[in-house]
Design a binder for this molecule. Structure first.
Ligand code: HEM
Length: 407
């Protein structure tokens, strides 16, 4: 018996013990042999659920292009951990994999497990994640805990709708294939995050409250800039856990940021470039950036000389070997009626995220210029507010169904 099976057998026993006397949607039968080889990868997809780059098309500069539409379904677990539940999850996700090719023209996805799930198992302290924290003085976010989340991304919005309908709403066909196994047999969708990233999409959502009409027709984000240059992202290896029980996976942070952009669009383009990147650049420089944003590591000098600093030059201080330590898969949204961002990132350790976010706060500049305050002239901070935060673990594909266990 593989160690994965024996582990799930123990999980089954645990589930049976936990759910004794309670109605559980999926039965816990510790003795059952698995009828699905959970460690198999029948659709021959990358071993890492978070390794999307090789499946993305590139722009004219060679930068990977994020899928244009994204959705995150936050999930409540209805079943206790068990072999049966793990098999149901595995069969269901394999049906999605078989229906759509792995890529932006098909579907990219990842099943992530949240702090609620690890807490339920009594394994939160042993897991690579922890409860989210307040990370800045300018925000008072809701600190959320979920059992799991299904991340979906595609250039074709119907692929997201149909996958959600097949997995949770009883749709019986996906891309011409019958659907027999559903994530909805094990999970309930507790909330949804929807959004988009790419040229022209923000302008199509310009009816969101608080969004000035100025967003250019071809802007990829509400702020007008592109944010996906290859070298401004952590490499996938850098965000992958390298050893221990959770090896091959990554951590995922998800925050909901609301944007108030009237003031942003009232500024000149020069000032927007200064506050997004650095006062050392002008709009013509940005046109030339290509696959990277040059980083002089001179944010304190810029603060003193210009009384304003850019978002990029603050977060780039955390670079290692010339690259950031977080991989951003964020997308713009109008969920709740406000323009904003679902800031989804992958990183090896949540410390990497927290270090980056603290660098973005710019507290170290407080004595460099009287005009630079917690929010004022401090990159994007005048224009954004974090509404909520949540943390997840994204297992490697072969361990994606009920990943927490003792070896
Ligand atoms: C409304 C929210 C945000 C917007 C509009 C935004 C926008 C951008 C843009 C335009 C870039 C330049 C990237 C490029 O040209 O390729 C960038 C880089 C970056 N941002 Fe943000 N960002 C936001 C929030 C955040 C947050 C919350 C974090 C982390 C806590 C963050 C971390 C980073 C990092 C690590 C980089 C790359 C730095 C490097 O090159 O070393 N951003 N962002």
């Amino acid at each position: 018996m593989s160690s994965r099976r024996s582990v799930l057998r123990r999980l089954g026993a645990l589930g049976a013990a936990v759910s004794a006397g309670c109605a559980s949607l999926v039965g816990s039968e510790p003795e059952a042999e698995p009828t699905v080889d959970l460690g198999e990868n029948p659709n021959d997809l990358p071993a890492r659920q978070h390794a999307w780059n090789a499946a993305l098309a590139t722009d004219g500069d060679g930068n990977p292009m994020t899928p244009r539409h994204s959705r995150v379904l936050a999930l409540d677990l209805d079943a206790e951990p068990s072999l049966d539940a793990a098999e149901t999850v595995e069969r269901a996700v394999r049906e999605v994999e078989a229906a759509y090719p792995w890529g932006a023209d098909g579907l990219l996805h990842a099943l992530a497990w949240g702090t609620g799930y690890f807490e339920r198992l009594g394994e939160l302290d042993a897991s690579p994640i922890r409860s989210p924290k307040v990370l800045s003085r300018t925000d008072d976010p809701e600190l959320l805990s979920f059992d799991a989340a299904l991340v979906l991304a595609s250039d074709v919005p119907a692929h997201l709708d149909r996958t959600e309908a097949a997995m949770f709403e009883g749709r019986d066909e996906l891309a011409g294939r019958p659907v027999e196994h559903r994530l909805g047999d094990v999970f309930t969708v507790s909330s949804r995050r929807t959004g988009f990233m790419g040229d022209g999409l923000p302008a199509e959502h310009a009816d969101a409250e608080g969004l000035p009409v100025d967003v250019p027709d071809d802007a990829p984000m509400f702020t007008g800039f592109f944010s996906g240059r290859e070298k401004t992202q952590a490499p996938e290896d850098r965000v992958t856990i390298q050893d221990g029980r959770f090896t091959g996976g990554t951590t995922m942070h998800l925050s909901h940021i609301v944007e108030t952009l009237d003031g942003w669009w009232q500024m000149s383009e020069d000032d927007r470039v200064a506050q997004m990147f650095s006062p050392e650049f002008d709009p013509a420089d940005v046109e030339e950036f290509g696959k990277n944003v040059p980083f002089a590591n001179a944010v304190e000098d810029h603060a003193g000389d210009h009384g304003v600093v850019g978002h990029h030059e603050k977060v780039a201080r955390v670079r290692e070997d010339g690259r950031p330590v977080i991989l951003r898969r964020d997308f713009n949204t109008t969920d709740g009626g406000d323009p904003g961002v679902h800031f989804l990132t992958f990183q090896r350790s949540l410390d990497d995220f927290e270090k980056t976010r603290k660098s973005m706060n710019g507290w170290y500049l407080r004595d460099d210029h009287p005009q630079i305050r917690d929010r004022d002239n401090n990159g994007l901070l005048e224009f954004i507010e974090v509404r909520s935060r949540a943390n997840f673990y994204v297992p490697p594909r072969e361990r994606r169904s009920f990943p927490a266990f003792s070896e």
